[in-house]
Design a protein around this ligand. Structure first.
Ligand code: BJW
Ligand code: ZN
Length: 307
C-alpha cells in the first residue's frame, strides 16, 4: 500500500496540473464509468445486471447463437438508452483536450457513440469495441456503419418503449415479467446474403478487435515516449484495453493517472512514483483535472452525426 505521504502526492491536483502542462503525448483509456453520469449502466458491479442476466454474459457470440432474440433485445435497449442519453462534461473535456493537444489519443471501450456526439476529433479516437450503431452480417462482409433506427424492427419495439409507470421498473427490465418469444425470422436479416442475421457491430469476448486500429495504436505508442496515460472509468478487466497503460509506460517519464469512482487499496498499491489517482465521478473530475489546458468545459451543442 502507498504510504500516507505518497498517497497525498498521488492525489495532488497541483502536482498533476504541473505534469499535465508539460505533457504533449497523452493517451486515454476509457470505460463504461465515463458514461455513467450520462445515465448508462456499467458492466460489472451494481448496474451490471440486465433482467436476470449478467451484461458480460450477453456480450458473447455464444449467447447470440443460443438466443439471438434475447441478445438483440439487450442491444436494442442499449441503443435506445444511448440515443436518449447525452454526452456529459467528461466527454466534452476529452474532446477539447484532443483539440488543444494534437498529441492526445483516446482509446475508448464504450460503444454508446457519446464521444462522437461530443465532437471528439475522429482521428484522435479509437473505438476499441465498435459501436452499438454499426450493424453487420453474422456471416458475410455486409456492414451499415451508422444506423440509429429505434426500434430497429417491430419485434424489438419493447426495447424502445417509454416506461408506462415510472414508479415501477420498466416491464422489459423486470425479470418477473416474461418476455414475448422473438423468432429468428422477426429479427433483422442481412440485405446482401439475405439468409443470415444482422448483429450489432460490437466486439464480443473471444473476437478480434479491428486489426488496422490495433496496428495504428501500436504505431502511436511506439512512435515517441508517452508523457501521460489517463485511465478513466474502467475496471481494466478486459484485454487488450487493460494492457495499454503499462504498454505505454516509459519508466521515469510516463504518469499513469487513474480516474475512477472507486480506487481499491490494490490499485493504490500498484501506483508508482509520478502516477496519480483521483477517486470520484469522472464527469466532475475530468473537467477540473484538465482545466489548465482546456479552460472551462462549455458542454457545447452536439453536432449532427453522419455515418
Ligand atoms: C466510474 C463511474 C463514474 C463507475 N466515474 N468511474 C490477456 C489475458 C487474459 C485474457 C485475454 C487476454 N487477451 C485477450 C483475452 C480474452 C478477453 C479478455 O480480456 N478476457 C478477460 C475477462 C480477461 N478479451 C477478448 O476476448 C477481446 N478480444 C481479443 O483480445 O481477441 C484476441 C484474443 C481472443 C481470445 C484470447 C486471446 C486473444 C475482446 C474483448 C471484448 C469485450 N467486449 C465487451 C462487450 C462490448 C460490446 C458491448 O458493449 O456490449 O466490452 S465486454 C465489456 O467489458 C465491454 C466493455 O467495453 C468491457 C470493459 O468494461 P469497462 O468499460 O471497464 O466497464 P466495467 O463495468 O467493468 O467498469 C466500470 C468502471 O467504472 C468501474 O471501475 C467503476 O468503478 C467505474 N465507474 N461509475 C468514474 N461515474
Ligand atoms: Zn450477409
Amino acid at each position: 500500500m502507498a504510504s500516507s505521504a505518497s498517497r497525498a502526492a498521488l492525489s495532488s491536483i497541483p502536482l498533476f496540473h504541473e505534469k499535465l502542462l508539460k505533457s504533449n503525448r497523452i493517451l486515454a483509456v476509457c470505460g463504461a464509468g465515463l458514461s455513467a453520469a450520462s445515465g448508462l449502466p456499467t458492466f460489472r458491479g451494481a448496474g451490471g445486471l440486465w433482467r436476470n442476466h449478467n451484461a458480460v454474459d450477453l456480450a458473447t457470440p455464444e449467447a447470440f447463437d443460443a438466443d439471438p432474440g434475447l441478445v438483440w433485445l439487450f442491444y436494442a435497449y442499449r441503443r435506445h438508452m444511448a440515443l436518449t442519453a447525452k454526452p456529459n462534461p467528461a466527454h466534452y473535456a476529452l474532446a477539447e483536450l484532443a483539440r488543444k493537444r494534437p498529441g492526445f489519443k483516446c482509446l475508448s471501450q464504450n460503444v454508446d457513440n457519446l464521444h462522437v456526439r461530443a465532437n471528439h476529433p475522429s482521428d484522435q479516437l479509437s473505438l476499441l469495441h465498435g459501436s452499438l450503431f454499426t450493424l453487420k452480417c453474422t456471416t458475410c462482409s455486409w456492414k451499415d456503419l451508422y444506423n440509429i433506427a429505434d426500434p430497429l424492427c417491430p419485434a424489438l419495439a419493447p426495447a424502445a418503449e417509454s416506461n408506462p409507470d415510472p414508479t415501477k421498473p420498466l416491464p422489459l427490465l423486470d425479470p418477473a415479467q416474461p418476455l414475448a418469444e422473438i423468432k429468428e425470422s422477426e429479427l433483422p436479416h442481412c440485405p446482401d446474403c439475405k439468409t443470415e442475421l444482422q448483429r450489432p457491430g460490437v466486439v464480443w469476448f473471444g473476437e478480434m478487435l479491428d486489426e488496422d486500429m490495433l496496428d495504428d495504436i501500436e504505431e502511436w505508442i511506439e512512435k515517441e515516449p508517452v508523457d501521460m496515460v489517463l485511465v478513466v472509468g474502467t475496471s481494466s478487466a478486459v484485454y487488450p484495453a487493460a494492457g495499454y497503460a503499462e504498454r505505454a509506460r516509459t519508466k521515469g517519464r510516463t504518469s499513469v493517472v487513474t480516474v475512477n469512482l472507486e480506487i481499491t487499496e490494490e490499485d493504490w498499491g500498484r501506483m508508482r512514483k509520478g502516477d496519480f489517482g483521483f477517486e470520484g465521478d469522472a464527469s466532475l473530475l475530468l473537467p477540473e483535472l484538465l482545466r489548465p489546458v482546456i479552460g472551462e468545459v462549455k458542454g457545447e451543442e452536439e453536432e449532427e452525426v453522419e455515418g
